[in-house]
Ligand binder design. Structure first.
Ligand code: GLN
Length: 444
């Protein structure tokens, strides 16, 4: 109760500037905390954790920052929420985001866009920008986000917090509103790797409600953070250190590399040859899946229904008024690449290239233990600065390949450039969350 009240106060003090929360219910959270039946005690028992507004929780508004779901109230708990409650972790508040998690800046929210706590005129990153900003502004200790192409890692980097995207299938997606089902993964944003490790061991693991969840055993990540990283071999992919990378960020990473070398880490140049196709491949596959997933928002089953005239009129008005511009763009791209005349040229080709991208990583991991890259090519930009969608899509240049391959990766704060935080990304082999968390903890 005491902790929830402290957060409530902090939210009231700062959130009118930051807009990180879409909703929160202090009374309900306190009631839950007092009535909780803790089944398994953990490091985080008693700690409130915020949910991204696309993670369904019972009797809480869950809108995905979309007008179409502005009246939707969860009728069940997502598996991650259920597991948190069993461990005595209290879901508290829903974070602002880009509508249906489509975006890299939070400017696609149907609510007020989120501000970066380091500079209120700048974006916090996206799509889990609310989650990153609330952790950075100390309005939350830990926040769950979702990462389809970088949405946990990129905002973590731009807002100066730690952000983990687990291996695809490590955490159940049951109750996460689907965007690109073959890419979506629930991730964690926090101020340190210990908090991330402690929450991951609670929420990870097989779930019969998600057919893609893995049966692989969950490690005790929080107990594996102190291992010596001396002698580990870390790959530096040449394709990630090109002229698109901001010069100061490059220097910042060189410093990080020097520091790690002094701890006995061995660096090695590697190649991920198909990197240049990653953005186009990602936007074809994720949009195709989004077009299909979002067809359920038709005014019949969920959310705000517009018009009761004819069925067609209802569909058209509900979707035209309910979805924002970027979501409509993705639905159009998705239906275009899936339509019969273009399917082979776009969707099928993208699926083939996806396999090549994955193969690059599989080969790389036969030579190295981890891969280190920048998380974002630039620091947080000013709101309104990127008007062209292609420029916005390029923000994801260092994160989407990992999502296409289904690998785990973490972004860790790595100092400041021009008074704004930057992050480095550590990519691990499948299900090596233990190693990336351990390495990140030693770097921290
Ligand atoms: N920025 C990317 C997009 O707009 C990634 C989003 C995400 O990971 N949810 O699709």
């Amino acid at each position: 109760e005491e902790v929830i009240l402290a957060l409530d106060k902090r939210i009231k003090d700062v959130d009118s500037d930051i807009n990180a929360y879409i909703s929160y219910d202090t009374k309900k959270a306190i009631k839950m905390a007092n009535e909780l039946e803790v089944k398994n005690e953990t490091n985080l028992t008693g700690v409130p954790v915020a949910l991204k507004d696309n993670i369904v929780s019972y009797q809480d508004k869950t809108t995905a920052a979309s007008k179409i779901l502005s009246n939707y109230v969860g009728t069940y708990n997502a598996t991650v929420v259920k597991r948190m409650l069993d461990a005595g972790i209290i879901p508290y508040g829903k974070s602002n985001m880009d509508e249906f998690a489509m975006g890299s800046s939070n400017e696609n929210s149907s609510y007020k866009s989120v501000s970066n706590p380091f500079d209120l005129d700048r974006i916090p990153g996206g799509s889990s920008g609310g989650a990153a900003a609330m952790v950075a502004a100390k309005e939350a200790f830990i926040a769950l986000g979702s990462d389809t192409g970088g949405s946990v890692r990129q905002p973590a980097a731009l807002s100066g917090v730690v952000g983990l995207k687990p291996t695809y299938g490590r955490v159940s997606r049951y109750g996460l509103m689907s965007f690109g089902s073959s890419l979506d993964q629930i991730g964690i944003l926090a101020r340190n790797t210990m908090d991330i490790a402690s929450l991951l061991e609670v929420i990870a693991g097989y779930d019969e409600l998600d057919a893609t969840s893995s049966t692989k055993k969950v490690d005790k990540y929080s107990e594996l953070l102190d291992k010596d990283i001396k002698g580990l071999v870390v790959g530096l992919p040449e394709e990630y250190f090109t002229k698109d990378l901001n010069e100061d960020i490059r220097n910042n990473i060189n410093e990080a590399i020097k520091l790690l070398e002094s701890k006995g880490v061995i660096f090695k140049k590697i190649n991920l040859k198909h990197t240049k196709y990653a953005i186009s491949t990602y936007y074809i596959i994720s949009s195709a899946e989004a077009a299909s997933n979002l067809s359920r928002y038709d005014g019949v089953r969920y959310g705000v229904r517009q018009s009761n005239e004819t069925v067609e009129d209802m569909y058209v008005k509900t979707r035209s008024l309910g979805f924002g511009k970027e979501v409509k763009r993705r639905i159009m791209i998705g239906n275009y690449v899936l339509c019969s005349g273009f399917y082979d040229a776009y969707y099928k080709k993208a699926s083939q290239v996806r396999r090549l991208i994955k193969q690059d990583f599989v080969s790389a991991f036969s030579e190295v233990d981890l891969i280190l890259t920048p998380t974002s090519p630039f620091i947080a930009f000013k709101k309104g600065e990127k008007v062209n969608p292609i420029d916005m899509y390029l923000s994801d240049i260092y994160t989407v390949s990992i999502s296409l391959a289904g690998l785990p990766a973490i972004s860790v704060p790595s100092g400041m450039v021009d008074n704004m935080p930057v992050g480095i990304q550590l990519i691990g082999n499948y299900f090596r969350e233990d190693l990336i968390l351990n390495f990140a903890n030693q770097y921290e």
